[in-house]
Ligand binder design. Structure first.
Ligand code: HEM
Length: 403
């Protein structure tokens, strides 16, 4: 699902901002004037300044799910719950810390050079598989396919299952987002498709997990690391192996698209980066700060407690605006300027605290390689703006180019 971009006015509220054409004046205003406030009309709190965002993300009183509903009620009856409830991303129980060590340790054990080699090989294969016309729709397909297929390959998923895997991830992801955030609406059809996708993913990755000969290096490493830290429930391993794809899929595709847009809008920068590809690294980091993919994330109060000097009640929800904090002048000087030479860049793009993303380096590398490939291919970046839409999401900023 996607919506045409609009340039008129501010978003109605923070959850309408990720798909707004230019939410940044709004984010900047919040970061500077309303660092932490209650949106009484919608019944949620908003953390917008860098200080407030850091306080929420580092607070042991702020959980990723409400204590009363670790798995959304609407998902509870099917396979999607077996993924949702076991992801390190969405739990704060006593197993989480050890499981996070395993998830992060397994990723860290995979050499970035190996990830890079796989990504370059896969990019070349996609040139053939996706057909020869390199137009806006092709670019969209490529940016979604490349990163998740590299991760799928690292888990051991065979190439002929990549297409199915992407469909199932999309179906599970849409159902999980609908159940967890209400955007899009959790219709019975969407939820049923999500359960079917989840079942298929659990069968596929669970099957690989049982057969050491078919496991890829990342699945192997996760099983090993989980055993090392004493997580002996195979269902946690399978769910979090799927979690690598779930977490990486839309986010990495989105950062590729946002980086392409940054270049498309700045022909002089495009020329400079084209001539010196070493600049891709700081470019990707700066786009992640400046046009943040994870516009926001949620937290829920574990108990009555003070946050940013305000009293919050158990169960209350906080929308944590990473994108606004990234534009806070207290975090970065002249924050509205895209400056790839920025010194001492600070960014919340990959989160902070116990739930911080363990794949920031791998994800950034995949984005660099995708953009490098598209520059070399002379992809028509100048046509992207005219075909730009953003997916409807309360939290993630995903550009689509449809031609
Ligand atoms: C550009 C792409 C990506 C972005 C912007 C991103 C961003 C984030 C952010 C902001 C969080 C923390 C969420 C929160 O605190 O509520 C997170 C968590 C996570 N990410 Fe990423 N991520 C990206 C790619 C990936 C990839 C490729 C993987 C896996 C290979 C991955 C795996 C994870 C995991 C497992 C967590 C949960 C960590 C935890 O809760 O302890 N991410 N990511």
């Amino acid at each position: 699902m996607h919506q045409k971009t609009s340039i008129a006015g501010e978003p109605d509220h923070v959850r309408a901002a990720p798909s707004h054409r230019n939410p940044y004046p709004y984010y900047a205003r919040l970061a500077r004037q309303q660092p932490f406030f209650r949106d009484d009309a919608n019944g949620w709190w908003v953390a917008a300044s860098a200080t407030a965002v850091a306080e929420v993300l580092n607070s042991a009183n702020c959980l990723t799910r409400p204590l009363s509903e670790p798995i959304p009620e609407v998902l509870r009856t099917g396979a999607a719950a077996d993924i949702f409830g076991r992801l390190v991303r969405l739990r704060d129980d006593e197993v989480r810390g050890r499981l996070k060590d395993a998830v992060a340790g397994a990723l860290a054990s995979i050499d970035l050079g190996q990830i890079g080699d796989r990504a370059r090989r896969r990019a070349a294969e996609l040139d053939t598989e996706l057909g020869s016309a390199c137009d806006e729709a092709w670019i969209t397909q490529f940016m979604f396919a490349l990163p998740v297929q590299v991760i799928a390959g690292l888990l051991g998923i065979p190439r002929e299952r990549f297409g199915d895997t992407m469909t199932w991830l999309g179906d599970y992801g849409a159902a999980a987002a609908a159940a967890g955030t209400g955007i899009p609406a959790a219709t019975p059809e969407l939820i049923a498709r999500g359960h079917r996708g989840a079942r298929a993913l659990l069968d596929l990755v669970g099957g690989l997990g049982k057969d050491p000969g078919r496991r890829g290096p990342l699945l192997d490493a996760l099983a090993r690391e989980a055993a090392r830290v004493g997580c002996d429930d195979d269902r946690d391993v399978v769910a979090n192996a799927i979690g690598y794809m779930v977490q990486g899929y839309v986010g990495t595709a989105s950062l590729i698209g946002l980086t392409l847009l940054a270049l498309a809008r700045r022909p002089a920068l495009r020329e400079k980066v084209d001539a010196n590809r070493a600049l891709l690294r700081p470019l990707v980091q700066e786009v992640a700060r400046h046009d943040t993919v994870t516009s926001s994330t949620f937290r829920f109060m574990a108990c009555d407690a003070e946050i940013a000097g305000r009293p919050l009640r158990k169960g209350e929800m906080i929308i944590v605006l990473l994108a606004a904090a990234n534009r806070d002048p207290a975090l970065n000087l002249d924050p509205d300027r895209l400056d790839i030479a920025r010194k001492d860049r600070k960014s919340f793009e990959f989160g902070v605290g116990v739930h911080a993303c363990p794949a920031d380096k791998a994800a950034s590398l995949l984005v660099e390689i995708a953009v490098d490939h598209l520059l070399t291919k002379r992809a028509p970046l100048e046509r992207l703006e005219a075909s730009l839409t953003y997916t409807v999401s309360g939290h993630v900023r995903t550009p689509l180019f449809k031609g």
